[in-house]
Design a protein around this ligand. Structure first.
Ligand code: FES
Ligand code: FES
Length: 160
């Protein structure tokens, strides 16, 4: 079986994998990263979104072997020193979740959106997150959370 070397949330792993194994299953079942859920398995919902070499991807649409040599960040690797990432905090403070199933993917996609659009309009947020589905919230608080997270991340950059 092929052997992949992948860094996940700062730790490097070497795993023998079946060629058909999906990245999301490597993360969840082999590495214990159950903070990344599977919502559909058909690349529609975005719940499984992680960062792969700095860009958000749906990890159910990537084979584990394709991630060989890559750096992956999951929702579990976002915070630092026991603190939430500003985008996680914004989702919490704006009540942008109910069941929470979509939330890890929403947070990762939101952070990726801000790489290119640090001060997104409501329209840009809705467009940027259109690959991530939420069946609970109606999206209004998610949009508010992304704006708040963007402001806090912007302030953190200015003060650093
Ligand atoms: S589980 Fe990957 S997009 Fe739904
Ligand atoms: S909070 Fe339940 S799916 Fe989004």
């Amino acid at each position: 079986m092929p052997r992949v070397t992948v860094t996940v949330d700062g730790i490097t792993y070497q795993e023998e994998v079946e060629p058909r194994l999906l990245l999301v299953h490597l993360l969840r079942e082999r590495l214990g990263k159950t903070g990344t859920p599977v919502g559909c398995d058909t690349s529609n919902c975005g719940a499984c979104t992680v960062m792969l070499d700095g860009k958000s991807v749906k990890s159910c649409s990537v084979l584990a072997v394709q991630a060989d040599g890559s750096d992956v960040v999951t929702i579990e690797g976002l915070g630092a020193n026991g603190s939430m990432h500003p985008m996680q905090r914004a989702f919490h403070e704006e009540h942008a979740l109910q069941c929470g199933y979509c939330t890890p993917g929403m947070v990762m996609a939101a952070i990726d959106l801000l790489r290119d659009t640090p001060e997104p309009s409501e329209e840009a947020i809705r467009q940027g997150l259109e690959g991530n589905l939420c069946r609970c919230t109606g999206y209004c608080n998610i949009v508010r959370a992304v704006r708040r997270g963007a402001q806090e991340m912007g302030q953190a950059v200015k003060s650093s």
